[in-house]
Design a binder for this molecule. Sequence first.
Ligand SMILES: [Zn+2]
Length: 260
Amino acid sequence: MLVETHANLHHADFDDDIAAVITRARLAKITTIVTICCYMDEFVPALAIAQSDPDIWCTIGVHPHHAAKHPDLSVAELVAGAANDKVIGIGETGLDYHYNYSPRDDQIKNLMTHIEAARQTGLPLVLHTREADQDMGEILQRELAFQPFRFVLHSYTSGAELARIGAEAGGYFSVNGISTFKNAHPVRDIIRDIMPDDRIMLETDCPYLAPVPHRGRRNEPAYLPLIRDQLADIKGWNQNDTDQRTNDAFFQLFTKAVRP
Ligand SMILES: [Zn+2]
């Protein structure tokens, strides 16, 4: 059994064959899937997919790319949506200074709203960070010292220093197909040397970032075993061990999700 902790099943790329995608995931022994909400218009479609299957769950949140589209997003709105049984996390949110699709101030404000919603609900925060190590590190340290919350640094490709800050703060990490890319040595080094063995999870981030040998094509949850094999290789774990550790990490963090 494997847990796909970060998919976008409600993405238009899956409109034509979502049932087949889920069937292939099950054949690949992926029992549990989390579909991640990236802006508020996605929440209802993501929730509908989660409600269609006992082992699919969703989150509620606004990706940093879309922060400027939601200038008035409130903590109360996130908390109200998160009251649904199928909503197990807050996000994804974070900072993306690579694309800067939203101004940085909007991204930071958006992140702060999500942090407060994570505190109020007790649900974990799904954090995206790209080329924003300094600001994310400072915000995490400052806000965690003020009042704690739980979080995962998803699709981790940032630097070693932010990884150390996240690990020391009790954060979780999720590893995706980038770990299989030829030149991703820095990512593999951080996975091996810094990510805590009991706080690593697996994700595809589909339809994006397909692992080798599917790189460049549409990604889907059924490719998760390729990422598991890569993580096992990096950490020197056997397959069963890797499944067990990553599943346990998921259910420790996402306490609202029910084991199948
Ligand atoms: Zn992301």
